[in-house]
Every structure is written in structure tokens, then in C-alpha cells.
Design a protein around this ligand. Structure first.
Ligand SMILES: Cc1cc2nc3c(=O)[nH]c(=O)nc-3n(C[C@H](O)[C@H](O)[C@H](O)COP(=O)(O)OP(=O)(O)OC[C@H]3O[C@@H](n4cnc5c(N)ncnc54)[C@H](O)[C@@H]3O)c2cc1C
Length: 416
């Protein structure tokens, strides 16, 4: 890996990459919410950053229904970066959530006001993940030390003691001192490094339907986020700024997916939640395959994996993007302190963030999936009673909220 005399990466002449401000210190691969957060943090700190994104344009696909929940510690990170206000302008504050049973109704109601003493943001902000990328994109374009290169895929990587060499789809090779691999679940960088990504694929697919009908008017007392358990068809129902979104499990075959997307089937599913005397207005429907996987390594030398490139989980609890943004905060802090000569955080990055992904996000989201579909009547009754007791006890309710809002995991550091 060749670096310039001042330790910077390739200064000029890489096909498809504009000449940087005297070269680039860091390449951020992937411009999703995780890469965007990492890029802005490093750029604000004065490093020369190049962002490499495979797609030619930022996603404006309205049917893309991935992360919409920003938890309190994520809002704290984005606030430090100066982008939380703009995210709030295109978001919906959601300060309560419920566990419900499809037959029995509300089991437990939680109000995030109980953690107002623990965070400046005692609520979830519902906003599409692409909104964050757009806001950060506008911000990055004002910074002279950052270049966002769209339509350029990283196809391979070689690492060395001083940095890494990235192979690009344009045919060029870029040398940088640091790489943040935020290139999503199929990460080319993770694959180039031969890092295992073991785990499971869930037996069902997840159908996400967005409707402009107001479930709050149809189901009195419903919160803006609801986990609705049922042994046959559990649901997640949440309000986003523009829609109500419902997540249904469906069988994983191609035929089942094709059937589930038919308008009459979508209507059948929605009418079964709350009957309407007419058809539901459906904005869009989309199917996702869902996995639970954690990379074996989160760092190889000067290459740090973050977000879906490092771990993927089911969306029950809204933790994938959030924990990815927490990775971005930890990875950038580690790089910035290594730049000042202190490598302690760098050495701990893998241990800290892998522990959160493997022992917390993976476990909690999988447990949420199990609880939602529990088929044994006695066990369901026991679970429901447990949640009623937690909600009724202020100390236990606060602990539950600190865990589900990720404040505990975001602030955890490994014990020496
Ligand atoms: C139905 C559903 C609901 C979800 N809801 C939530 C939620 O409420 N809360 C939550 O926290 N999470 C949620 N998630 C998870 C969340 O969407 C992901 O965790 C999040 O998108 C991860 O962000 P990322 O930036 O790591 O990856 P991505 O968003 O996948 O971005 C990766 C980027 O890298 C680019 N790229 C890929 N390969 C290359 C390459 N070789 N070279 C250059 N660029 C490349 C891609 O084009 C993409 O832009 C949900 C997921 C699903 C499926």
C-alpha cells in the first residue's frame, strides 16, 4: 500500500474519483445511514474523506420501508453532529409504545417520559433512513475536505500496515490510511477480507404494508408503535410521518410472496386488523428477507466494519440501523484518537461493538420474534403477565425503557 509523503492516500489520477484535497485519509465505503454518519463525523474532525457509493443516485424510492425508528442514543449522536434538528423536521415524535395481544388488546403500555432524566431525547423519532442520508449529504457537500463519489463500487481491497488499497469499478485503485466498510449486508469488503458472517435466515419473509388510513381512529388507545403478538399472525404496527406501517410475517416461498403482494390479499390482511366498510388506501407494500448474522471480525488493521456490513438482525425492536450508527460513532472516535497516537479505542472497537451486536441486538431481536409468536397458551399468559408487571412497576419500567431504547447498549464499554 503506497501512501503520499505526508501519509495521505492517493492524491490524483484515480479514474472516477475527483482529485481530493491533497489526497484522502479515509475512505468510507457505502453511503447508507451508517456510512453517512461516519463520513460527517470524520470530515467535521478535519480528516480528508472520500465516500464511495455504488448507486448513482440517493434512494428516493417511496416503497423502500427499512429503518424508520431512531432511538434516543442515536438522536444524541446525530445532535452532536448538528443534524438532529433537521431530522426532527421530517420526523414524528413517538413517545409511547405498547405490547398488545391480537385477541386480548393492550397488555402493557410504556411511556418514554419515564426516561426523561436519562436522555435529552426521551422518545423514538420515526423518520425514513433515507432522510438522514439526504440531510448528511447536503451537509457534506458544504465541506471542502470531503468528496462523495456516487456510482462507484468498491470491488476489492488489500490491507497493509499503513492502510489499504481499494479496487474500484471504474478500474482505478485508491490508497487510503483508513477504511470504514459501511457497504451493507453483502459487504464486498467483508468478503474481500474473508470474514465469516455466520447466523440464520428466518423461515418467514416480512411483508411491510404502508397505508394512509389512521389506525389511531380505528383502534382506540393504540400507541404510535405496537408489537402485537399472535400465534398465527403477529404484527408490528407503527406510525411514520406519512403512513401507518404494518409488518406481517409471510411464508418464504416465491409463490407466497407473489400472493401476499396481490391487492386483495393486502386488503384481507388489513381488514382483519380493523374492518373498514370500504377498501384501505394502500400506499405501497414490500417484502423483505430477514437474517440474523454477526461478522467474526469487526476490524482488520486499518479497516473497520460498521452497520449491516458487520451485523444484521430482524427489525423487531428497530435496532439494526441504530446499532450501526453507534458503530459509526465508535469507529470514528477510535480512528480520531489513533490519529492522535492513542490506539486503545481502536484495539477495543471489535470487542465492544461485536459484543453489542452478538450478545445484545441479536439476542433481544430474536427474543422479540419468539415472544410475538408464542403458541403455548400458558407461556403466552405468563409472558403477558410479566410485561403487565414490568409496565406497572416504575423501576422495572424505566429499566425496560433504558434497554429497549438502546441507552444501555450504546453506553456500554467492556470491563477491563
Ligand atoms: C423491514 C425492515 C425494517 C427495518 N427497520 C429498522 C428500524 O426501524 N430501525 C433500525 O435501526 N433498523 C431497521 N432496519 C435495519 C436497517 O434498515 C439497516 O440496519 C440499515 O439500513 C443499515 O445501514 P447501513 O448504512 O449499514 O447499510 P445500508 O443502508 O444497506 O447501506 C449500504 C450502502 O452501501 C452501498 N454499497 C454496497 N456495496 C457497495 C460497494 N461494494 N461499493 C460501494 N457502495 C456499496 C449500498 O448501495 C448502500 O447505499 C430495518 C430493516 C428492514 C429490512
Amino acid at each position: 500500500v503506497k501512501l503520499g509523503p505526508d501519509g495521505s492516500g492517493t492524491p490524483v489520477g484515480v479514474p472516477g474519483v475527483p482529485d481530493g484535497p491533497g489526497g484522502y485519509d479515509v475512505a468510507v465505503v457505502g453511503f447508507g445511514p451508517v456510512g453517512a454518519t461516519a463520513a460527517l463525523t470524520l470530515a467535521r474532525a478535519g480528516l480528508r474523506v472520500v465516500v464511495l457509493e455504488r448507486e448513482s443516485l440517493l434512494s428516493d424510492d417511496p416503497t423502500e420501508s427499512r429503518a424508520s425508528t431512531f432511538h434516543p442514543p442515536t438522536l444524541e449522536i446525530l445532535d452532536d453532529l448538528g443534524v438532529a434538528d433537521r431530522l426532527h423536521e421530517v420526523g414524528l415524535v413517538s413517545d409511547t409504545f405498547q405490547y398488545r395481544d391480537r385477541t386480548d388488546g393492550v397488555i402493557a403500555h410504556f411511556d418514554l417520559a419515564s426516561i426523561a432524566g436519562d436522555t435529552s431525547f426521551p422518545y423514538r423519532l420515526q423518520s425514513e433512513q433515507r432522510n438522514l442520508v439526504e440531510i448528511i449529504d447536503a451537509e457534506l457537500r458544504t465541506l471542502p475536505n470531503t468528496t462523495v463519489v456516487m456510482g462507484t463500487e468498491v470491488t476489492g481491497l488489500r490491507t497493509g500496515d499503513e492502510g489499504a488499497e481499494l479496487s474500484l469499478s471504474t478500474g482505478g485503485r485508491l490508497h487510503v490510511r483508513w477504511v470504514i466498510a459501511a457497504d451493507g449486508a453483502s459487504s464486498a469488503i467483508r468478503n474481500s477480507l474473508g470474514i465469516a458472517f455466520d447466523g440464520i435466515t428466518y423461515p418467514e419473509h416480512f411483508l411491510v404494508v404502508s397505508t394512509t388510513e389512521d389506525f389511531a381512529a380505528l383502534i382506540p388507545g393504540i400507541a404510535t408503535v405496537n408489537y402485537v403478538s399472535d400465534p398465527v399472525e403477529w404484527l408490528v404496527m407503527l406510525k411514520t410521518p406519512l403512513h401507518w406501517r404494518v409488518l406481517f410475517p409471510i411464508p418464504s416461498s416465491d409463490e407466497a410472496a407473489e400472493l401476499a403482494l396481490r391487492p386483495e390479499e393486502v386488503q384481507r390482511r388489513l381488514q382483519a386488523i380493523a374492518p373498514l366498510p370500504r377498501a384501505y388506501e394502500v400506499a405501497h407494500s414490500r417484502i423483505y428477507r430477514v437474517h440474523q448474522r454477526v461478522a467474526d471480525r469487526f476490524r482488520v488493521g486499518r479497516v473497520l466494519l460498521a452497520g449491516d456490513a458487520a451485523h444484521i438482525n430482524n427489525p423487531l425492536g428497530g435496532m439494526g440501523m441504530n446499532s450501526g450508527i453507534h458503530d459509526a460513532a465508535a469507529a470514528t472516535e477510535a480512528i480520531l484518537s489513533a490519529e492522535k497516537g492513542d490506539t486503545a479505542l481502536l484495539d477495543r472497537y471489535e470487542e465492544t461493538r461485536r459484543a453489542v451486536a452478538h450478545d445484545y441486538v441479536r439476542v433481544v431481536t430474536h427474543r422479540n420474534w419468539e415472544v410475538l409468536q408464542e403458541a403455548d397458551a400458558e407461556e403466552r399468559a405468563r409472558q403477558n403477565e410479566h410485561m403487565r408487571q414490568v409496565a406497572a412497576d416504575p423501576v422495572k419500567a424505566r429499566e425496560h425503557l433504558l434497554r429497549t431504547s438502546m441507552l444501555v447498549s450504546a453506553r456500554s464499554v467492556p470491563q477491563d
